[in-house]
Design a protein around this ligand. Structure first.
Ligand SMILES: C[C@](O)(CO)[C@H](O)COP(=O)(O)OP(=O)(O)OC[C@H]1O[C@@H](n2ccc(N)nc2=O)[C@H](O)[C@@H]1O
Ligand SMILES: Nc1ncnc2c1ncn2[C@@H]1O[C@H](COP(=O)(O)OP(=O)(O)OP(=O)(O)O)[C@@H](O)[C@H]1O
Length: 286
């Protein structure tokens, strides 16, 4: 390992184009079907290695201890693997654009980018599958960001089939609230028995987000935002929210909607991407 190697790496957002919950496992996690669409908006990390073995985080206050930040947890998870030399350390600057608890997978993407960057900078030579296994222990959405492809997903989100989705523009909107994923998945009235569908049925338009009725009920702000965005197209929740999105015919149309978004809500105009810039950022180092 070389001392003081530095890499800027992106951490893209995702939206769930649909989310069906098909069952509940014995460990409480839910089996689901979803399509992860990666977006060209996201966080950014600057990772600089050291040989003192220390992991340090430089980033905005997310209201959690540094040791709970998924960036630090990802680095520590790599350090805990048997092949990682003791002296491997890093300072990671986190530049957040994505909201926490937004359903855009920001924390999970930060974690995946950390795994990808440190695997390359520390010269660990771990396979994508090994990084995905380490990532899955940090969050159900981490493996897709390690893969770095838009994908069809099953299981708890870790059984991935890469997809090349057609070009698309989205208006993504964040209502003025944060949704707690665990609260939605543990709700008594959550639909947990949606019959599995085929990819063909999804592309034919036969899908929804099973979390949406519960989130609308518990978070009136999300309900209001969905009703507002519905005026412009098919508005849908991503993950367990709070963010919602609507597919637009063009970038111009998305920007027109963005201009009309009430000030209390944050909005992004985003293009769908099929490959993560994070993977490209590390490729030159491997
Ligand atoms: C809803 C999605 O955003 C869809 O992309 C993800 O499945 C959630 O992924 P995540 O935020 O990385 O979620 P995790 O941090 O792994 O899990 C948070 C909590 O959600 C519940 N959870 C999550 C994923 C899943 N397939 N089944 C669950 O029941 C569990 O109670 C878990 O304790
Ligand atoms: N680097 C990070 N960025 C954002 N949240 C983080 C980070 N590290 C830890 N967290 C914690 O993780 C939780 C959810 O983060 P995340 O941004 O992945 O949620 P999300 O956008 O709802 O994603 P998902 O779609 O995976 O549910 C929050 O409670 C937050 O405090």
């Amino acid at each position: 390992m070389t001392d003081g190697r530095r890499l800027r790496i992106h951490a893209p957002a995702k939206i769930n184009l649909f989310l069906h919950i098909t069952g509940r496992r014995d460990d409480g996690y839910h089996n689901l079907q979803t399509v992860f669409q990666l977006l060209d908006i996201g966080d950014s990390l600057v990772v600089e290695t050291n040989r003192s073995g220390v992991i340090a985080l430089d980033g905005p206050d997310l209201g959690i201890a540094d040791s709970d930040n998924l960036v630090v947890r990802a680095a520590m998870a790599l350090k805990a693997l048997p092949g990682t030399p003791e002296h491997c350390g890093a300072t990671i600057r986190l530049e957040k654009q994505l909201p926490s608890g937004g359903g855009l997978g920001g924390g999970s993407s930060d974690a995946a980018s950390t795994l990808l960057a440190l695997n390359a900078l520390w010269g660990l030579r771990l396979s994508t599958a090994a990084l995905q296994r380490t990532g899955a222990a940090l969050g159900a959405d981490v493996p897709v960001f390690v893969l770095g492809r838009s994908a069809w997903a099953e299981g708890i989100g870790e059984q991935l089939t890469p997809l090349d989705l057609p070009p698309a523009w989205y208006l993504v909107l964040k209502p003025d609230c944060a949704v707690h994923t665990g609260e939605i998945f543990s709700h008594r009235q959550l639909t947990r028995d949606t019959p599995p569908i085929t990819m063909h049925a999804f592309f034919a338009g036969d899908s929804r987000n099973d979390c949406e009725p519960i989130v609308r009920q518990l978070y009136p702000e999300v309900d209001n935002a969905l009703n507002w965005l519905q005026n412009f197209g098919e508005a849908r929740l991503t993950g367990t929210g709070a963010c919602i999105f609507c597919r637009c015919g063009s970038e111009v149309q998305a920007r027109r909607i963005a201009e009309q978004v009430p000030a209390r809500w944050k909005a992004w105009v985003a293009a769908g991407i099929n490959r993560s810039p994070a993977v490209k950022n590390t490729e030159l180092l491997l």
